[in-house]
Ligand binder design. Structure first.
Ligand code: IMP
Ligand code: MG
Length: 175
């Protein structure tokens, strides 16, 4: 437990500006559509709450809880822990995620949701670490690109802690 937040990478005020900008674009792009935000638990809960409230168009909200078998014998496979309660055929789905890292979990998730045949399927990630990508994947909406550092706060955790920090900080893992 020697870790500590070394520095603030994105302040609360910067987060607000980022979310406001994303919400404006999304509100414009999805005007008149049947928008559903699907948040990926747990990391996306803070970002999704802010994003949904900043939209100027109606939307529905759902959550998916998944686990990736990343260190086991089925890399890239997805285990859906809590599934959606309804079909998606009539919806324009926007997946809302805290951070896009290797891209493995999210590619598997987008494949999974694509099989439900939504009208459209796009991805909105609050943070993006493009240098870490192992699967080619671009988010349609990105709040901020960041360098390869381990970050916490604004929904992001380290061992389930730090999610409720109102800013994004860089974590020093100590040793
Ligand atoms: P990936 O893109 O499949 O590697 O998975 C991204 C997931 O890894 C995110 O949803 C986070 O749960 C987790 N993750 C990746 N980078 C970080 C980080 O810097 N801090 C906290 N969680 C992270
Ligand atoms: Mg996550």
């Amino acid at each position: 437990m020697g870790e500590r937040v070394r520095e603030v990478l994105i302040s609360q005020a910067e987060i607000e500006a980022i979310v406001t900008g994303l919400a404006a674009r999304i509100s414009r792009d999805y005007e008149g559509r049947q928008l559903i935000l699907i948040g990926i638990l747990k990391g996306a809960y803070v970002f999704l709450a802010d994003l949904a409230r900043a939209l100027t168009i109606p939307c529905e909200v759902e959550f998916l809880r998944v686990s990736s078998y990343r260190n086991q014998s089925h890399p890239g496979e997805l285990e859906v822990l809590t599934d959606l309660s309804m079909p998606l055929e009539q919806y324009d789905v926007l997946v809302v995620e805290d951070i896009l890292d290797s891209g493995r979990t999210l590619s598997a998730m987008l494949r999974y949701l694509g099989e439900k045949k939504p009208r459209s399927l796009k991805l909105c990630a609050f943070l993006d670490k493009p240098s870490r990508r192992q699967t080619p994947l671009e988010a349609d909406y990105v709040g901020r690109e960041i360098p390869d550092a381990f970050v916490v706060g604004y929904g992001l955790d380290y061992a389930q802690r730090y999610r409720s920090l109102p800013y994004v900080g860089i974590l020093d893992l100590g040793t």
